[in-house]
Design a protein around this ligand. Structure first.
Ligand SMILES: Nc1ncnc2c1ncn2[C@@H]1O[C@H](COP(=O)(O)OP(=O)(O)OP(=O)(O)O)[C@@H](O)[C@H]1O
Length: 234
């Protein structure tokens, strides 16, 4: 589904990603792990075209997208939820969700789409008329994910969704990812919360200093303390 081959990326002269190759098959959750500064966010940002200098190849369902403008990636079925969530202040939860509909080519029935997504995110359903930014960090994270999901993407890139969120909501969030996977979504997940991420993932890649240094099934990695200690201790 998502295929990345020899991806390189630079911030000015700093060569941060040094030839990353990975793939995420349809319906898989794949976690990208690694210490702070390893290049995880840069990988997602490069895929979204947010770094001016990058090289390599990336395809979604066989279509190359690295050189396409952002809206065309979106129409190919690629969605991105950055770490900072970007909930629009002054808009309700429902209005924030509607922004996800407005961005679509074929908008269909806006309220039907909002109702549909609210079924998957019961916590949002109860708060549709509340100001989006008045919710807790975890709830805002769910709103950001729901807003991306409304476009029915094929692949979603999630950057540190559990960052700064209270433990009970983290649990709920990981359950939600498992549910989205069951609905057929393909997920590339960047997470520091290694144990929980691996429990719901199929496979994982470890990044270190801009290179993939290890990959395995999530189950094997979960049992591999040595590798976790070596590359994932913060
Ligand atoms: N805007 C920027 N300009 C210059 N260098 C940057 C910029 N953003 C990140 N870097 C550098 O690129 C490298 C990779 O950073 P990146 O944010 O991708 O790491 P990460 O694995 O996501 O880490 P973290 O878990 O801390 O977010 C780091 O050395 C970082 O200092």
């Amino acid at each position: 589904m998502l295929h990345i081959e020899n991806l390189n990326a630079w911030y000015d002269r700093s060569h941060v990603l040094q030839g990353i190759s990975l793939e995420v098959n349809k319906g898989e959750i794949v976690t990208l792990m690694g210490r702070n500064g390893a290049g995880k966010t840069t990988t997602l940002r490069s895929l979204m075209g947010l770094l001016s200098k990058r090289q390599g190849k990336a395809t979604i369902d066989g279509t190359s997208f690295l050189d396409l403008p952002a809206h065309e990636r979106f129409h190919l079925g690629l969605a991105y939820v950055p770490e900072d969530r970007r909930i629009v202040p002054g808009l309700t939860v429902k209005e924030n969700l509607e922004l996800g509909v407005i961005a679509q080519k074929n908008r269909g029935d806006m309220s039907a789409l909002v109702d549909e997504i609210a079924e998957t995110f019961p916590r949002l359903k109860e708060r549709l008329h509340q100001d989006g930014t008045s919710m807790s960090g975890g709830e805002q994270q769910m709103l950001a994910i729901a807003r991306a999901m409304i476009a029915k993407p094929k692949v979603i890139l999630l950057d540190e969704p559990s960052e700064g969120i209270m433990p009970v909501l983290v649990e709920e969030m990981f359950e939600l990812f498992a549910k989205l996977k069951q609905q057929g979504l393909t997920i590339l997940l960047v997470e520091q919360n290694v144990q929980q991420a691996l429990k719901i993932s199929d496979r994982a890649y470890i990044l270190d200093q801009g290179e993939i240094v290890f990959h395995d099934t999530a189950q094997n990695l979960l049992n591999n303390d040595e590798i976790q200690q070596k590359y994932c201790a913060v």
